[in-house]
Ligand binder design. Structure first.
Ligand SMILES: [Zn+2]
Length: 142
């Protein structure tokens, strides 16, 4: 038995390395936001309640609690949805002049439902964006 020649060139690798590991295809931002999908594996595991995030994805183990979407979506939605609802209520009052109880019967459920629905979507969109852009707390490095 002879030892390998240390000077001899090594044969080229016949199989090129695959830079993208095989795995689940991440969902689009819109799809993940509307359906509450995990940004990594696409499973519907982003939320544990209507607007409460899960701590961790049950399928791929992504640490969802590690993301911080803060109160940005809620404040943004209050301003937008409040302006829309008040504008529509004023328009309804000036156009049809319904009694107060009709206004309350219409706009309280619309406001609550619209807030919960849009809060879920915007929170998911912000979390998915943080995941995709690897967003972290700002740091100043010397
Ligand atoms: Zn996942």
């Amino acid at each position: 038995m002879t030892a390998p020649d240390p000077v001899a060139p090594t044969p080229p690798n016949p199989v090129p390395p695959n830079p993208v590991p095989p795995g689940p295809v991440p969902p689009s931002l819109v799809e993940a936001s509307l359906k509450g999908l995990c940004p990594r594996c696409g499973s519907p595991t982003l939320f544990s309640g209507w607007t409460a995030f899960s701590d961790r994805c049950r399928v791929c183990g992504l640490d969802i609690a590690g993301f911080n979407v803060g109160d940005g979506p809620a404040a943004f939605l209050i301003l937008i949805l409040g302006a829309i609802v008040v504008g529509l209520a004023i328009w309804l009052q000036l156009t049809l002049a319904p009694p107060f109880w009709v206004q309350a019967l219409i706009w309280i459920p619309v406001t609550l439902g619209g807030t919960m629905w849009s809060l879920r979507i915007t929170k998911a969109a912000l979390l998915v964006s943080e995941y995709r852009n690897a967003a972290r707390e700002g740091r100043i490095t010397p």
